[in-house]
Write a protein that binds this ligand. Structure first.
Ligand code: DQA
Length: 149
């Protein structure tokens, strides 16, 4: 099984650390990328880290992952609650997928309680801050390792 993992981030996450820090914290997306790359080294994963404000770009990366990856960690941000197209793209993948939210979406507005992506995700992490990305990567590495043996 491929050890390439796509870490995908949806709209407005480029503003991480600057927008609503009381909800999303002070870490930037560059900090998250750096931490993911460092952890990936230990876990022997190869990370493709992306962010976009455009739905089609995220879909294109999911299609690319489908060709070469062993898993996806995705924070679809607001597309979580709206995008059947991202769900359809994820449904075309047959490797593990983990959905991450920095905030606890279930403690927020009711429109954030529904996730299209959760219909496909093998696991969901919400409310653990940016640490959620690393935890999802650890789980993914375990699943990839178990498949190998
Ligand atoms: C988010 C939660 C979403 O509801 C929101 O639209 C985001 C970020 C999170 O990481 O907590 O942009 O996915």
């Amino acid at each position: 099984m491929s050890r390439i993992v796509y870490v995908l981030n949806g709209p407005n996450l480029n503003l991480l650390g600057k927008r609503q820090p009381h909800i999303y914290g002070h870490e930037t997306l560059a900090d998250v990328e750096r931490d993911c790359l460092a952890l990936a080294k230990d876990l022997k994963l190869e990370i493709r880290f992306h962010q976009s404000n455009r739905e089609y770009e995220i879909i294109d990366w999911i299609h690319a992952a489908r060709e070469e990856a062993g898993g996806i960690v995705i924070n679809p941000a607001a597309f979580t609650h709206t995008s059947v197209a991202i769900l359809d793209a994820l449904n075309a993948c047959d490797f593990p997928i983990f959905e991450v939210h920095i905030s606890n979406v279930h403690r927020r507005e009711s429109f954030r309680h529904h996730s299209y992506v959760s219909l496909r995700a093998d696991g969901v992490i919400a409310g653990l801050g940016t640490q959620g990305y690393g935890l999802a990567l650890q789980r993914l590495a375990r699943l990839i390792d178990d498949k190998k043996s």
